[in-house]
Design a protein around this ligand. Sequence first.
Ligand SMILES: *[C@@H]1O[C@H](CO)[C@@H](O)[C@H](O)[C@H]1NC(C)=O
Length: 375
Amino acid sequence: MASSAHHQMRSKLSVAAAVLLLCAAGACLLSSSAEARPHHHSESDFYSIVGYSPEDLASHDRLIKLFEEWVAKHRKAYASFEEKLRRFEVFKDNLKHIDEINREVSSYWLGLNAFADLTNDEFKATYLGMINQNTPASRRSSSGSFRYAGVAAGELPKEVDWRKKGAVTEVKNQGQCGSCWAFSTVAAVEGINAIVTGNLTSLSEQELIDCSTDGNNGCNGGVMDYAFSYIAGSGGLHTEEAYPYLMEEGECDHKDDEQQAVVTISGYEDVPAGDEAALVKALAHQPVSVAIEASGRHFQFYSGGVFDGPCGAELDHGVAAVGYGSSKGQDYIVVKNSWGSHWGEKGYIRMKRGTGKRDGLCGINKMASYPTKDH
Ligand SMILES: *[C@@H]1O[C@H](CO)[C@@H](O)[C@H](O)[C@H]1NC(C)=O
């Protein structure tokens, strides 16, 4: 960038920072716009959910101010002014994408979340963590049985939400570590444990990262079935409190000398691949670990609604299905993600079901599995 433009930018950014202080004191409100709103929310509600308003796009000064507000909200710190400028360019490009989709699509909406200064490639490299297992043969086979096969579809409730039944812990955040597989596994184990024992206890992803290394690769990815197999064989998983998350790989600590409580499972089973009815049957009985393709730019910025793509079915992320239902004629699966509670709908995404595609939306029907626990 030419140095005069650079100086101009620098002074605008500092002016924007001064405006920000006023905003922090409550003196600044986003005014609502007269343009047609893309969704059923009231317009000001909608734009406060997605984190910008149409006027922010109208001038460079407004964009700078919006960026400064976003930087402060997400406590971003950049190593240099050049880096900040570079991030501002990425932010603008992402905002343009977000706004385009919000004008085009009505079933779901995108927002300026904590990933707004990352290119899609940077995002992909950092926040996922599923070892791609495209060939079914490479999947460690479990018992081969599917205990919910005999459940009649007509007997299933119209909707199930394990959060309301006290079987889902708070939304967690994997941070910059490809450990999604551990979060997916733990959510399913927390679920079956709560259902069987009545005790909802947050369990340790870190223990899986450190100890479940047979087939799994810590912050560089893993597969939920390998992690279930580890838990079934190791005698149980420690609590989150006893073995807290560090966001990096560490030494496996069996905590042998400490009489710590562990949560056990008996084993695990796979939901028949490509069978959404089977996935729903399992989900009616317990939270289920599922693998999806989550690397797309739409997924990166999902803010709410029933997501219906675009996305492919190259599995790159492990998450947990915790319910299903339908809204305005759209059937969906409720999915707990591990990107903190500010992503999506308080950390969750509703993913369309009944797409007519064997793999399901983003491949959700391809590799679902769940732990088993005998009473
Ligand atoms: C719930 O389970 C955890 C982990 O096993 C244990 O530490 C805790 O005491 C249990 N709580 C109750 C009320 O049983």
